[in-house]
Ligand binder design. Structure first.
Ligand code: ADP
Ligand code: ASP
Ligand code: MG
Length: 405
């Protein structure tokens, strides 16, 4: 069988951990399986590279950021190959580009366009373990790109789809997907299984155990995968298509996203086309806008609205720049940026068929003395923006109310 295994930052965080990965891979080889290993940069490396760049300038060229960030994974593929050689196994490391991963040109959050894993197949057939650098690819004209934070998950899932792997395993520093981040909520429980849609919501709402785009990709191509620990042999969490029995559970999990920032434009002229102009400009700058709230102010004078939206914190500076560029044209008032916000969400496919969930959530927050700043809902989730300082306490209270302490 062909197995794709992905090892995240902490799983390759030091030489001992890299040797541990090699030992695990060697076990699969001994059992006769072919293995493609996708590795992340050693934990902390991507963050320190970003910090370094910001010390040179606050808004560095995104193309150069990708050249820089790709080096983190290039280090670990080589070290992992060496660790396998030390065990007497044949192994070859490949960058994303060498593995045939082609992307669009949206630097720092490129999308995979297609994968031609010819070289991977050849090396596997020649008896090698193939080690592929996660998080990176190249454009058709040869520029290095990266796939967004946590993007090694995407590399693994996309390779599993392209290679038609029999198994796709995401190895990390927790045993699987929990009802909440076990580092924040001690009473969180491991889920034996979760649907793509629930995993996708949890991931996009801050549960960084999986990159959300990788889950989207898995759903689209039907890649069933398992999230499990690189440090033990406990069964992990299977992520797959929704089954009937999953709907019996109203809330699958709780997540807290501390990585969002809120921008408020005060006194935006209330007339057709204004929102379109603002969000088109943000979209053109490849800034993902998440929640949007608009309030018509009923005061005297010209009709105006306050418009708030959230973006990923790393995009805040860029968003402020785009908005500043529109001020003259649109004519709004003050622009307020708030970084100390948290987005708390509950997720579950069972919400489709159960009522009273929102009421219970808001009541729990009220009891905790937490003010709700923004609300957004979908069929299977409810999210609120709250004060970051109260985020973790609110998360614990919500988890206790819906999933037990
Ligand atoms: P890796 O480096 O292996 O990709 P990450 O740090 O990206 O690992 O993701 C694993 C971390 O995700 C865990 O250490 C955990 O703190 C966090 N996490 C957040 N939400 C959850 C959840 N619902 N279940 C499990 N882990 C979660
Ligand atoms: N090294 C990259 C990051 O820290 C990609 C990954 O770990 O998946 O975001
Ligand atoms: Mg990760």
């Amino acid at each position: 069988m062909l197995i794709v295994q992905k090892y995240g930052g902490t799983s390759v965080g030091n030489p001992e951990r890299i040797k541990n990965v090699a030992t695990r891979v060697a076990r699969c080889r001994a059992a006769g399986d072919q293995v493609v290993v996708v590795v992340s940069a050693m934990s902390g490396v991507t963050d320190s590279l970003i910090k370094l760049a910001k010390e040179i300038m606050p808004l560095p060229s995104e193309r150069e950021m990708d050249v820089l960030l790709a080096t983190g994974e290039q280090t670990t593929i080589a070290l992992t190959a060496m660790a396998l050689h030390a065990l007497g196994l044949q192994a070859v490391s490949l960058t994303g580009a060498q593995a045939g991963i082609l992307t669009d040109g949206v630097h720092t959050k490129a999308k995979i366009q297609n994968i031609t894993p010819k070289r991977v197949h050849e090396l596997l057939n020649a008896g090698h373990v193939v080690i592929v650098a996660g998080f990176q690819g190249e454009t058709p004209d040869g520029h290095i790109t990266t796939l967004g934070r946590g993007g090694s998950d995407l590399t693994a899932i996309a390779l599993a789809a392209a290679l038609k792997a029999g198994l796709c395993q995401i190895y990390t520093d927790v045993d699987g997907v929990y009802t909440a981040d076990p580092r924040i909520v001690p009473g969180a429980r491991k889920l034996p299984e979760i649907s793509y849609d629930e995993m996708l919501e949890l991931a996009s709402l801050g549960a960084k155990v999986m990159q959300s785009r990788s889950v989207e990709f898995a759903k689209k191509f039907g890649v069933v995968f398992e999230v499990r620990s690189s440090l033990n042999d406990n069964p992990g969490t299977i992520v797959k298509e929704e089954t009937k029995s999953m709907e019996d559970i109203v809330i699958r999990g709780v997540s807290l996203d501390k990585n969002q920032a809120k921008v408020t434009l005060v006194a935006v002229p209330d007339k057709p086309g204004v929102a379109a102009r603002i969000f088109k400009a943000l979209g053109d700058a490849a800034i993902n806008v998440d929640m949007i709230v608009q309030n018509v102010s009923h005061g005297s004078g010209k009709p105006a609205t306050d418009l708030s939206f959230t973006v990923d914190k790393p995009d805040l500076l860029k968003a402020q720049k785009v908005i500043a560029g529109l001020k003259k044209e649109i004519g709004f008032g003050e622009v307020i940026a708030a970084e100390k916000i948290g987005k708390l969400s509950i997720v579950g496919v069972g919400m489709k068929s159960h009522s009273g969930v929102a009421g219970k959530m808001f009541e729990t927050l009220a009891k905790e003395g937490v003010n709700i700043d923004m609300i957004s809902t979908s069929e299977i989730k409810i999210s609120v923006v709250i004060d970051l300082a109260k985020g973790e306490a609110a998360m614990k209270a919500i988890h206790a109310a819906f999933l037990g302490a």
